[in-house]
Design a protein around this ligand. Sequence first.
Ligand code: PMT
Length: 401
Amino acid sequence: MSSLANKQILLGVTGGIAAYKSADLVRRLQDAGASVQVVMTPAAQEFITPLTMQALSGYPVHTQLLDPEAEAGMGHIQLARWADLVLIAPATADFMARLSQGMGNDLLTSICLATAAPIALVPAMNQGMWRNAATQANLDILIDRKIHIFGPADGGQACGDIGPGRMLEPLQIIALTSQLFTTGSLAGKKVVITAGPTREAIDPVRYISNYSSGKMGYALVQAAIEAGAQTVLISGPTQLAKPARAKCIDVTTAEEMYAASLQEAQDCDLFIAAAAVADYRPTELAPQKLKKGDSESITLTLIKNPDIVASVAALERKPFTVGFAAESEQLINYARAKLERKNLDLVIANNIAENHIGFNSDDNAVTVIDKNSTVEISQRSKQQLARELIACFAQKLASQL
Ligand code: PMT
C-alpha cells in the first residue's frame, strides 16, 4: 500500500518547459492514492493549459490570488490548510528566488507562506541558471528553511545544453514524495474498522439494536489515519460526523456489515471489530407494521447472524485481527474465551458494568489481551485511548512480519 494513499497534494506548476511532465505527475500521484489540486502561475499557463490539469485532477485549477470567485470558495488560506504537502514541479529559478525572499506576490507563493504543510520543490531550468550563484544562494536559504529539494537531474536539456537542471521524471518524484510520508507507524498499511451498532428490523418501524454510539470505533479510525494508514470505516447507524480521510461504508444490518467487512478485509493488514453487532436477527421481517393484538405476549423467533470478526480471522490471508469484548461479568475469562474461539490476535475487553465507560461514554478503560499477556489501560478519553491502542496494534503487527 502506498504511503501516499489518502494524502492531499497541492501541486504547484510554474513556467518551464518541463510543465508538460506535471500532467503525468498528476496521474501518477492519483494512482498512488493521493488527491491532487493544481495551482498554476501565469507563466505555467503558457506551457500547459489549466483545462488539461483540471481534466486530470478532477478539481478546478487555481490560478489567481485575487480571484473573487476562488476567494469565496477555496481561497489561498483554505488551499494552504487543505494540503498535506505542497509539491512544486517544475520549480523555476524565478520561483525559487521569490520563495526564498518570502514574497507572496502570486497565489502559489502566498500558499507557500501560509501553509503549515511541508513544501517540496522539483527544480527545472537551464544548467547555467541552476549553476548561477544567485540560484545557489536561494537554494541554500530554501534548504535552511527545511524545504525539500528533489533533483535536479543532470543531462541533455530542451535548449540543447548538457548539465544539471533537468526536472526529475514523475516516477522519481513519486518515490521521493512517498518517502516524506513513511513516518507514521501504520504508513503503507490498510486498516479496516467496524463501528457503531447494527439494526435488525422486526417490521417497517421497529428493530433490535444496542447502545453503541460509534465513538470508540470512530476514534480508532481517526488514530489510524493519523498513523498514516489507508483507513476504511464500516459503520452502523450513528450520529457522528464521518472522518474526512477514511473510506466510509454505511451499513445497517449485521449481514450488510458482514458483506462489507469480508470484501474490505481481503487485502487489509489490520482489522479492528469495534462494532456492537447484533448476535441475532428476527427470522422473518414482517412486511407491515405489527399490530397490537389481544394476546398479552408475543414471541419473536431469532436466527443467528454471521460472526464478522471470526470470519475475517478465518480468511486464508488473515489480517492482524482485533476484536472487542463487551462484558458485564467475568471480564477477563469471557474475553479470553472470545480470543480463542474467534481466533483473534488481540481482544480489547470492555467492562460495560460501569456506566461511565464502554457504551456511549466519552471515556473508556480496557484490558488488552493476547495469548500470553493481559495489560490494563486505565480510564481516559476514547480519543487518547484510540491513539494508544493503534500504537500497540502497529507494534504487534510490525513484530509479526
Ligand atoms: O460505540 P461506543 O458507544 O463508543 O461503545 C464502544 C463499544 C462498547 C461498543 C466497543 O468498545 C465494544 O466493546 N464493541 C464490541 C461490543 C460487542 O458487541 O462485543 P461482543 O462481545 O458481543 O462481540 C465480540 C466481538 O465480536 C466484537 O469485536 C464484535 O464486533 C464482534 N462480533 C460480534 C458479533 C458478530 N455477529 N460479529 C462480530 O464481528
